[in-house]
Write a protein that binds this ligand. Structure first.
Ligand code: ADP
Ligand code: MG
Length: 613
């Protein structure tokens, strides 16, 4: 509990005790009022002050105003004990609420406790701890076992395993050695690592994740906005009803005091506290619970939309497949050496981060790759690369690229993706590469289909390569040989004819436009991929497509809780309004119900925080 909460608790205890004592004090008239004003002022002074401030600033219909009017009214009608009790219950509710919200905030920041405190750098032969902010790109940092990786970088010395659970939800440690990338926020488990920093702290994974989670509450879900709007009309409406109740019936049946009391309990009931607090808390909890499983959601609106997803469109390479191609076959034109062909292709691919280029470079490992020989590199998304090698024009890419450059190539029947290589405008050979479907893809798609989702695949790869993957995974609809722009067009088609939300899942390479165009863009392999984190609405911290159906389930649970709370709170309020109007229940009952509903609703909302599998 914070100091402020402790103070409120003390006020509650003292005024409750005073209230009990006063029951046994036989006084009347002004003395009685004076005595009851003691606990009333003690428990209610802040509410009264805020109510006055609200009136001055023109924001009349807030809960402070309602509580102030109702209790002052009760005091004026000589229902002293009722006035104090209502204020007392109200404060108990407020205390509970601030405690619950504080707790869930803390538990989210605890599970997002990935912020590193320091980085070890070598200065003049000594190891010193500095603020991660002070380290620049290219600096070498030392990460001892048990320490958190403070900045993104590449291992230059040492071997260890990293625990990335806080980032990806994946409990299996990842082993790293010299040459491997490490991401900030993970924990070095076993060995000493020397790491060359590749990104300053502000741009490192950990900072971006924290920023994303902290900003997520700004993007409100429809349900949240609904409640704000609802409260906007509901509160004044109930106030009007209260006024009518106070004025109209007495004109006909008399009993002014009694009707005024009923009207005041209307005001108490009109407080929409339970909803106003529990709904944002639910989304907050849902987002927090999701991030614990390695799913970063950029806002309550996206979490909400996830439950409406009916079509999920996948990119192929790197999303459904490993994105790691192996060279299967090399065919060359007469007089061309296969190894030379690979080296030339790899050289042209030097600057690309496409999975294909990485695999070609991997295949050429062991050969000397002098990048100074390569100039004028141009990457044509969805086609391949053109460049100059030792001054000669080169082209490395698919049939589309060759057609574009009007280079004749032999037709090939091969299992996999064919990369043609041409030099000086002439076909030199082809490299057949193939990629493996992720082991997790099939279960992921099966789970989605069970949730009533249609699966679609869009790819820039050839029809044969696409059909192979689609068969293996049972994908309902496949479109192949698409340029990035074609992918956007296909998606637009689907958005026009959609039922429910359309979601696009990609790895961020060549598909940022589609990611941002979809109702919900989901990026895979968020760790380290800048474009993906920027363009997507949801980022999966590891490459596991099964997280998509998990995100849907989290979303469903969140909305179920929200709906439960709305239905529950409105029902109780409606019942209280009727009973209050009939004079069956009084003001205490109204506040009791209100605080009770709020406590139950908040407890229900905190269920969203627990993680799901
Ligand atoms: P996907 O939609 O499967 O992710 P891309 O749009 O990234 O595929 O690429 C589509 C096709 O374009 C690839 O299958 C390949 O034939 C060709 N291509 C793209 N980039 C390159 C590259 N850097 N080198 C060679 N070929 C490439
Ligand atoms: Mg791709």
């Amino acid at each position: 509990m914070t100091a402020k909460q402790k103070k409120t608790l003390l006020r509650i205890i003292i005024s409750a005790a005073l209230l009990i004592v006063l029951r046994f004090v036989p006084v009347d008239g002004y003395l009685k009022l004076g005595l009851y004003l003691l606990p009333y002022a003690l428990i209610g002074y802040d509410v009264l002050i805020r109510a006055v401030k609200g009136i001055i600033s023109g924001q009349v219909f807030d809960e402070n105003f309602l509580m102030a009017i109702a209790t002052v009214g009760a005091m004026a009608l000589e229902s002293y004990s009722e006035g104090v009790e209502v204020m007392l219950f109200y404060q108990i509710g407020e205390l509970f609420q601030s405690y619950a919200v504080g707790r869930s905030r803390r538990s989210i920041s605890a599970l997002m406790d990935i912020r590193p405190d320091f980085a070890n750098v070598e200065r003049d032969g000594d190891l010193v701890s500095v603020d991660p902010d002070e380290v620049s790109v290219g600096d070498v940092i030392i990460i001892r076992p048990g320490e958190r990786v403070p900045l993104d970088g590449t291992v230059i010395d040492g071997e260890s395993s990293l625990n990335t659970a806080a980032l990806t939800g994946e409990s299996l440690p990842r082993s790293v050695k010299a040459g491997d990338e490490v991401v900030s926020g993970s924990v070095n488990v076993s060995g000493l690592l020397k790491v060359r920093v590749s990104r300053i702290f502000e741009e490192s994974t950990v900072s971006r994740i924290l920023e994303l989670v902290e900003n997520s509450s700004l993007k409100k879900a429809k349900a949240e906005n609904f409640i704000t709007r609802f409260a906007h009309y509901y509160t004044p409406a109930v106030c009007l009803m209260a006024l009518a109740l106070a004025v109209l019936p007495p004109l006909f049946v008399g009993g002014f005091r009694q009707w005024l009391m009923r009207a005041l309990s209307f005001l108490v009931i009109s407080c929409p506290c339970a909803l106003v607090i529990s709904i944002p808390l639910t989304f907050f909890g849902g987002i927090g619970g999701a991030s614990r499983s390695g799913i970063l959601v950029k806002g309550g609106n996206y979490l909400e939309a996830m439950s409406e997803a009916r079509t999920i469109v996948f990119d192929k390479t790197g999303t459904l497949t490993e994105g790691v191609f192996a060279v299967r076959q090399i065919q060359t034109a007469p007089g061309v050496d296969a190894e030379d062909l690979v080296v030339r292709a790899a050289l042209c691919e030097s600057y690309s981060n496409h999975p294909i280029s990485q695999s070609l470079r991997a295949r050429a490992e062991g050969h000397r790759l002098d990048v100074n020989r390569v100039t004028d590199v141009e990457e044509l998304a969805g086609c391949g690369i053109t460049a100059r090698l030792d001054g000669q024009p080169m082209a490395v890419g698919n049939a589309r690229l060759m057609k574009l450059l009007q280079i004749d190539v032999p037709t090939a029947q091969a299992q996999g993706t064919i990369i043609y290589v041409a030099r000086g405008g002439k076909y030199e050979g082809m490299i057949v590469i193939s990629d493996a479907v992720k082991a997790t893809s099939r279960p992921a798609l099966d789970a989605l289909r069970k949730q009533g989702v249609k699966t679609v695949m869009l790819t820039g790869d050839s029809r044969t390569a696409a059909a192979q993957v689609a068969d293996q995974l049972g994908i309902e609809e496949t479109h192949a040989e698409l340029l990035p722009q074609d992918k956007v067009d296909r998606l637009e088609d689907m958005l026009r004819n959609k039922q429910g939300a359309v979601c696009f899942v990609g790895d961020g390479i060549n598909d940022a436009p589609v990611l941002s165009r979809a109702d919900i863009g989901i990026a895979m392999g968020g760790v380290g991929s800048d474009a993906a984190i920027e363009a997507a609405d949801i980022v999966l911290m590891d490459d596991d497509p099964r997280k998509i159906s998990l995100a849907m389930r989290i979303s469903h649970r969140c909305l179920r809780i929200v709906h439960e709370n709305i239905a529950f709170a409105l029902t109780v309020k409606a019942v209280c309004l009727v009973l209050g109007a009939l004079g069956i229940t009084g003001m205490q009952m109204a506040i009791f119900a209100d605080v009770g509903v709020m406590i139950l609703a908040v407890l229900n909302a905190t269920r969203a925080l627990t993680s799901m599998r």
